[in-house]
Write a protein that binds this ligand. Structure first.
Ligand SMILES: Nc1nc2c(ncn2[C@@H]2O[C@H](COP(=O)(O)OP(=O)(O)OP(=O)(O)O)[C@@H](O)[C@H]2O)c(=O)[nH]1
Ligand SMILES: [Mg+2]
Length: 394
């Protein structure tokens, strides 16, 4: 495992080294010293992966430069192309994506220091069970925000989209006005398999949207599986959107995710559903009192809205603004982002190590056999895992 870990770390640092050296050479940024201390052991490593991570050639560099120029001029097509680049699983494309990300992050940093270290964007995660009304809510909220002068991006994370054919159609049809609004940008879930998972590319897509001047970024995720926890780790504000379903709604929800949210929004508070939504809101308000808050400067609260009538949407936005003010003024927003960067670094390393492990030829050959044996009960899971690890280290 140690060897495995070292390989993953070395390759990650090698990536960094490549990105930074290309960056300094082609763009003249003075970032090299920062990464230098960390990469001393790297240059002697010779693996197939290293060959794939050779320095970008001139045409690749100029491709990245053009994207960067387009992005900072807020050209939509450049933003779409940039997101496609971070979603790519091709190693050369990934390297180009890393260069572009470094450029954009550097650009954002200088904008933030001009503004006195205030974040230039606000990232909001919206999670909720299928059909809770997330897209309808974002259409309504998004329209109001663009009218107020915001530039709104909506990114969807749906881990099931690669098997169900993607949420593209659903998202475009459920946000008909926002999808044609010049001050909004909607990007559905990427489909297919990606290195590091769908959420890694989402994290990087956020940075690209910010580079293109979008200041309010929503990340919509379906409240099933691991993705909502990952989204909670990439946003400044995490919102849980729930429908006024009857009965034991609260018990049915995973407590863990309720504990991560800053605001619970009860949607569909209209018509016949008003009494049920009032009841659900009361239940949540009392339940939240007994839960740990995800933030030291904010007590989670419950709001009721109707995304179809628009009732409560403006009040909700002013609560969101209060939250942002508190986070900015206490420095918690900045602190949280720093913690998130560390979390993501380790997540990337874990994913990368798993990719290397799973794609190892003899591991790949043995996995189906051992899985069957574990399923049949002829081998214990622990012993099967030992055998696979032995194959890897052979
Ligand atoms: N009455 C009422 N219906 C709503 C409201 N918001 C959404 N709906 C309806 O609920 C259904 C699901 O809405 P969506 O916005 O697609 O829900 P979603 O959470 O994005 O769904 P997925 O993306 O499939 O997880 C649609 O038929 C909407 O018209 C609301 O505020 N009131
Ligand atoms: Mg939706």
């Amino acid at each position: 495992m140690v060897q495995l870990l070292q390989r993953g770390i070395v390759q990650s640092f090698f990536r960094l080294d490549r990105s930074f050296s290309v960056l300094s050479r082609s763009v003249g940024l003075k970032q090299r010293h920062k990464s230098k201390e960390n990469i001393i052991t790297v240059s002697s490593v010779k693996t197939a992966d290293v060959d794939l991570l050779q320095t970008l050639d001139e045409s690749e560099i100029s491709f990245v430069r053009n994207l960067y120029d387009g992005l900072t001029k807020q050209i939509r097509h450049s933003l779409s192309q940039s997101i496609t680049l971070v979603e790519s699983s091709h190693p050369r494309k990934q390297l180009q994506a890393q260069l572009l990300l470094s450029l954009v992050l550097d650009h954002q940093k200088s904008l933030e220091s001009e503004k006195g270290e205030i974040a230039t964007s606000f990232r909001i995660g919206i999670s909720g069970s299928p059909g809770a009304g997330k897209s309808t809510f974002l259409e309504e909220m998004g329209k109001r925000l663009t009218k107020k002068g915001h530039r709104v991006a909506v990114l969807a994370v749906d881990p099931s989209s690669s098997t169900t054919g993607g949420s593209l159609l659903a998202d475009k049809t459920r946000m008909p006005q926002l999808s044609v609004d010049p001050n909004a940008f909607i990007r559905p879930s990427p489909s297919g398999c990606h290195v590091g998972g769908v959420t890694r590319s989402t994290n990087e897509a956020i940075v690209m949207c910010e580079g293109a001047g979008f200041n309010t970024i929503f990340i919509e995720t379906v409240g099933v599986g691991q993705s909502e926890y990952e989204v909670a780790d990439m946003v400044d504000l995490f919102v849980l959107l729930i429908p006024p379903a009857g009965g034991d709604e609260l018990q049915g929800l995973k407590r863990g995710i309720v504990e991560r949210c800053h605001i619970v929004v009860v949607n569909k508070c209209d018509g016949d559903l008003i009494p049920a939504s009032i009841r659900i809101a009361t239940e949540y308000t009392s339940a939240l009192k007994f839960m740990r808050s995800p933030s030291k400067n904010w007590k989670p609260l419950v709001k009721r809205v109707s995304s179809t009538t628009g009732d409560g949407i403006d009040e909700l936005w002013s609560a969101i603004e209060d939250f942002k003010d508190v986070m900015d003024s206490t420095g918690e927003l900045h602190e949280t982002r720093i913690k998130q960067h560390k979390t993501w670094m380790w997540r990337h390393i874990n994913n990368h190590i798993m990719d290397v492990f799973r794609s190892h030829p003899s591991v790949r050959a043995k996995v189906p056999i051992l899985e069957t044996e574990v399923a049949n009960g002829t081998k214990t899971p622990g012993y099967a895992a030992d055998l696979l690890l032995r194959e890897f280290f052979k």
